[in-house]
Design a protein around this ligand. Structure first.
Ligand code: E4P
Length: 219
């Protein structure tokens, strides 16, 4: 399963990319707004740091303007994945851009019917938002299970399931168990994946015992 980071904060992206664990980046207009920076500059900088897909979202609501925006974003770097909303105009835009060889991420997916449409429109990625479904007392992971089942029925569909709106490590583990292709993680969730109190406790004991030996490995 691939790990993307869900942020437009370049310092965070550089820090996490240095771990070798980051396969791509997702941004959205809210995350870009938080940076206070120029959107196109931010996308270009992220693409220079991360080799994998970098999602950059169109902000138009109509098909023609979405296509124009998508082409402009795609021209920034070959690893830009143009993000379009799951609307009819967004799906039409997905079909045009993906037909021209551009990576497209269809976002704001909340049902398996929507995911089926995105796959038919040739999306490279479908982004179901699990956390926002949990927020309204639906089980977000049920949606991932359903989409996996549907896509697996039609092996010619190449759309990857990109689990979005991830809130905690359990979402990541459940996504892996279901066989999602990608999870996009807020930086704090990625860091939390490495944590376990028994790891800390065990390390404290090892280090205390090692100190007693008076040795150093490097001499
Ligand atoms: C996905 O690409 C979105 O940027 C993101 O996961 C949304 O998450 P949120 O529900 O925490 O805003």
């Amino acid at each position: 399963m691939k790990f993307f980071v869900d942020t437009a904060d370049i310092a965070e992206i550089r820090d996490l990319a240095a771990t070798g664990l980051v396969d791509g980046v997702t941004t959205n207009p809210s995350l870009v707004a938080k940076t206070g920076r120029n959107f196109l500059d931010v996308v270009a900088e992220i693409c220079s740091v991360v080799e994998g897909p970098v999602s950059a979202e169109v902000t138009a609501m109509d098909h023609e303007t979405m296509v124009a925006e998508g082409r402009k974003l795609a021209a920034i770097a070959p690893n830009v994945a143009v993000k379009v909303p799951l609307t009819i105009d967004g799906l039409k835009t997905c079909k045009v851009l993906s037909g021209a060889g551009t990576l497209v991420n269809v976002t704001l997916c909340f049902s398996s019917a929507q995911a089926l449409l995105a796959a038919k429109a040739g999306a490279s990625f479908i982004s179901p938002f699990v956390g926002r479904l949990d927020d309204i007392a639906q089980d977000g992971m049920d949606l991932i299970r359903e989409i996996r089942e549907i896509y697996d029925n039609y092996p010619h569909l190449k759309t990857e399931i990109l689990v979005a709106s991830v809130r905690h490590p359990r979402h990541v583990v459940d996504s892996a168990r279901i066989g999602a292709d990608v999870v996009t993680l807020p930086p704090d969730v990625l860091r939390k994946l490495a944590l376990h109190p028994l790891t800390d406790k065990g390390l404290d004991t090892f280090m205390a015992d090692w100190k007693k030996t008076g040795q150093t490995i490097l001499g």
